[in-house]
Design a protein around this ligand. Structure first.
Ligand code: HEC
Length: 299
């Protein structure tokens, strides 16, 4: 074989492989443009403490953007009794030994994959720890008379599982607590402010958290109870995150209330009338926007 054929012999396969790689590259890029890769993942709560001999499944995580992903985990120190299922739930087998485990979750789709370090922690111990540090991310709510409410899920430390009970002051049968600690009130709750003590119990004991949550039932118009549902049903698509002002954001509605009132009271389909190319809000709905302003633009 002379030098020339040798060089050509090497170059041809290389160019071939090179073009294959660049081809593949383009198709990956194309997918990148159409399928967004994962930005964030959240487990709420993001930790668990269990007794040896107990199995457990975490909550299903919320992801942004909300898409279908494949999940893998990296457990530190390595342990085969902690796994992740196709929905992203972290599962623990009851034969797991005592210890503290930190979990990295690797989330992938065709746009790529990303590792979220220390996203979940697991503590397995042979003696239970009593409940402590009950916390509602938002610990009070104003509810309009005639509407119901539900709190977010509280975070709690101590050994899983927990049971919850409440005493409200004043006592009211319309307020209750779920198995995971969410406090709700029905639409029959009467006017007043209710201070709620939450008692959390596990195998190590019970603890009462005084005034852990406060519900105020008012007949004032508030953004969350009265205005937001109107914005979502009547001003949707245009003002709920598209190119126009997003009025599902409290401050945006609050700061533009005069302009909103002006636009919704114009003659239907006249210039500037809102909802654009829709029909006029009912007198009752328009009155709600006006009363929201009169009542002080409550959140
Ligand atoms: C079909 C789409 C559409 C719907 C539905 C709609 N809007 Fe608009 N809105 C627009 C567009 C487009 C503009 C910008 C043009 C203008 O100012 O008239 C606008 C402007 C406004 C403005 C002026 C300030 C700003 O944000 O630009 C207000 C206030 C407003 N809309 C309120 C509302 C309210 C309240 C509703 C529901 C009751 C609503 N709109 C429903 C499309 C819409």
């Amino acid at each position: 074989m002379n030098t020339k054929t040798f060089i050509i012999g090497i170059l041809i396969p290389f160019t071939f492989i090179g073009s294959l790689i660049s081809c593949k590259h383009e198709s990956v890029k194309e997918k990148f443009d159409s399928i967004p890769s994962i930005q964030s993942i959240q487990y709420s709560p993001n930790n668990i403490e269990i007794l040896t001999g107990t199995s457990f499944s975490s909550v299903i995580p919320t992801t942004s953007p909300n898409q279908t992903y494949a999940y893998n985990i990296n457990v530190i120190p390595n342990n085969d009794n902690i796994k992740i299922n196709p929905e992203g739930q972290i599962t623990i087998n009851n034969v797991i030994t005592e210890g503290n485990y930190v979990i990295d979750v690797i989330v992938s789709n065709s746009a790529g994959s990303r590792t979220f370090e220390n996203i979940y922690t697991v503590k397995v111990s042979s003696t239970p720890t009593p409940p402590s540090a009950l916390n509602y991310p938002i610990d009070s709510i104003g509810v309009s008379l005639g509407t119901n409410s539900i709190s977010s899920t509280p975070s709690i430390s101590g050994t899983f599982p927990f049971t919850y009970s409440i005493v409200s002051d004043p006592v009211n049968p319309e307020i209750s607590i779920s198995n995971s600690g969410e406090i709700s009130s029905t639409s029959s709750l009467t006017l007043g402010t209710y201070y709620i003590d939450v008692t959390v119990t596990n195998s190590a004991g019970s603890k009462t958290f005084e005034n852990a949550y406060i519900i105020t039932s008012t007949n004032l118009i508030s953004f969350d109870s009265n205005i937001l549902p109107l914005i979502e049903s009547k001003c949707g698509s245009c003002h709920t995150g598209g190119s126009r002002t997003n009025y599902t954001v409290y401050n945006n509605s609050k700061n533009n209330i005069n302009s909103i009132l002006n636009r919704i009271q114009r003659v239907e389909n006249s210039p500037g009338f809102m909802p654009a190319s829709g029909s006029k809000l009912s007198d009752n709905d328009i009155a709600k926007f006006q009363k929201w302003l009169d009542d002080g633009l409550l959140k």
